[in-house]
Design a protein around this ligand. Structure first.
Ligand code: NDP
Length: 460
């Protein structure tokens, strides 16, 4: 049977674009459909604009630090949101064009419209055109999920933050995950009076408990009004803004409410039923370790599969899929050891591998835990504390996890991820000579375990 294409990719985000380019490089005839802007969540309304806004938001703290070093009158001045947004828009357009050019250079046919499945080997575009393909890759991503409360349509989602006409004077961020913590950091840094309401007792559920504690405390120390065990129950429009009623009965008013209450796979209306593709909770597409669905010709990568929802994971999944199916080079991704970072300020929270909570449950581990005030901010008069923690298997000596709370922790965890992924032992870390004076030297100079967690005794 002949097909129009060897591969049809639905979604022009990180995973889809990588898969399309690599498959084309292996000689496949490839098409890709994207209903919105090329680049997807990460490039257009996620990681990239977010990180640029994080950089923008650090100016007042940098000025304060400069004053601590003797710079008289150092001040960040006034932030011009309009000028910043124009520059941000231009940068995103540049990246979008680069993504498009990359696909064109690889001879991928691009359809700037929505596509949905009509069968195991066929998609239909928004204009009604039907296209057949030997393989179909779904890389449609995720979408913000709202909490389902009265008046929630008055709130914004993460996408909207990058499109605001002006900065709000007072904002409420709802949630305690990656996005809530980063957005509260950005808004506060840009001078917005910021409240973060989270239903739990510490932000960043799922992270190491000490990281969670430090991240929660830091948000409050930087001036975010952190309201824990509290979540909005209703929103109402008023003459001047949005009135919010919280679960504890308190009412408050804001110029803007931003929901960062999680994301869900973007699978609605994709025609999965028509093609017989099995889905799970939240509408996620169920795949095996090769990213293959129950329909052999259809694969899925990235947030639409709700495995580890991070850009580099989607990219690796897309690349692995293309190498396996079109490059005669079978490979897949171990999702159990993926590093990530939350870009709060002044310190970031970064993690790879086992948390201490998981270590306590497993037992048989040593914990090396260093806490200190770094030279740079201490000199400027700040009390901000760093934490570096290594979790080590007491028998094999292998480093099972690393947790870092500190300046540029995302950069540090990337480097630590290399030896940890290679299976390095604590002694391998110790063998590396320190670079002095740095923060990261702590990772190779922690001599004695701070504590041990014994293996649970076998019952009976
Ligand atoms: P997360 O799943 O990280 O956090 C969602 C937050 O919303 C949690 O604190 C959750 O509370 C809370 N929540 C969920 N439902 C409700 C509700 N009904 N009412 C009140 N609160 C609720 O999602 P995010 O939206 O922050 O981020 C989505 C994904 O994007 C992340 O999983 C991450 O993988 C990715 N991301 C990564 C970044 C990075 O790498 N730096 C940055 C931004 C996003 P609870 O904890 O109680 O469940």
């Amino acid at each position: 049977m002949s097909f129009d294409f060897d591969l049809f990719v639905i979604g022009g985000g990180s995973g889809g674009v990588r898969a399309a380019r690599i498959a084309a490089g292996h000689g496949a005839k490839v098409a890709l459909a994207e209903e919105s802007r090329m680049g997807g969540t990460c490039v257009i309304r996620g990681c990239v604009p977010k990180k640029i806004m994080i950089f923008a938001s650090t100016a007042p703290a940098a000025a304060e630090e400069a004053r601590g070093y003797g710079w008289q009158g150092a001040d960040a001045g006034d932030f011009d949101w309009g000028a910043f947004r124009a520059k941000l828009d231009a940068e995103l357009s540049r990246l979008e064009a680069a993504y498009t050019r990359g696909l064109e250079a690889a001879n991928v046919t691009i359809y700037h419209q929505r596509a949905h499945l009509t069968g195991p080997h066929e998609v239909e575009l928004a204009d009604g055109t039907r296209i057949s393909a030997k393989h179909i890759l779904i890389a449609a991503g995720g979408r913000p999920r709202l909490p389902g409360i009265q008046g929630e349509e008055l709130g914004m989602i993460s996408d909207d933050l990058f499109l605001m006409d002006k900065l709000p004077g007072r904002a409420l961020v709802v949630g305690g995950g990656f996005i809530a913590c980063e957005f509260a950091t950005i808004l506060k840094g840009l001078g917005v009076e910021t409240v973060l309401a989270y239903r739990g007792d510490k932000v960043l559920r799922g992270f190491d408990n000490d990281l969670r504690l430090m991240a929660t405390e830091q948000l409050a120390e930087t001036g975010v009004d952190v309201r824990l065990e509290c979540t909005p129950s209703a929103l109402e429009k008023t003459g001047t803004g949005i009135s919010v009623t919280f679960s504890d009965g308190v009412e408050d008013s804001f110029d803007a409410v931003i929901f960062a209450t999680g994301r869900a796979p973007y699978t609605a209306g994709l025609g999965l039923e028509a093609a017989g593709v099995a889905t799970g909770d939240n509408g996620k597409i169920i795949v095996d370790e090769w990213s293959q669905t129950n329909v052999p010709s259809i694969f899925a990568v990235g947030d639409v599969t709700d495995r580890v929802n991070l850009t580099p994971v989607a990219i690796r999944e897309g690349h692995s899929f293309a190498d396996t199916v079109f490059g005669n080079r079978p490979r897949n991704l171990d999702h159990s050891l993926v590093a990530s970072a939350v870009y709060t300020r002044p310190h970031e929270a970064a993690t790879i591998g086992m948390t201490e909570d998981e270590a306590i449950e497993r037992g048989g581990v040593e914990v090396y835990d260093a806490r200190f005030r770094p030279m740079r901010s201490l000199f400027a008069g700040s009390d901000a504390r760093v934490m570096m923690k290594l979790i080590v298997d007491e028998d094999t000596r292998r480093v099972l996890g690393c947790q870092i709370f500190g300046p540029e922790a995302g950069e540090l965890i990337q480097l630590v991820a290399v030896p940890i992924t290679m299976g390095a032992t604590k002694e391998d870390f110790d063998n590396a000579v320190a670079v002095h004076p740095t923060l990261a030297e702590e990772l190779v100079t922690m001599r004695q375990p701070t504590r041990r967690h014994e293996r649970p005794q076998a019952a009976g």
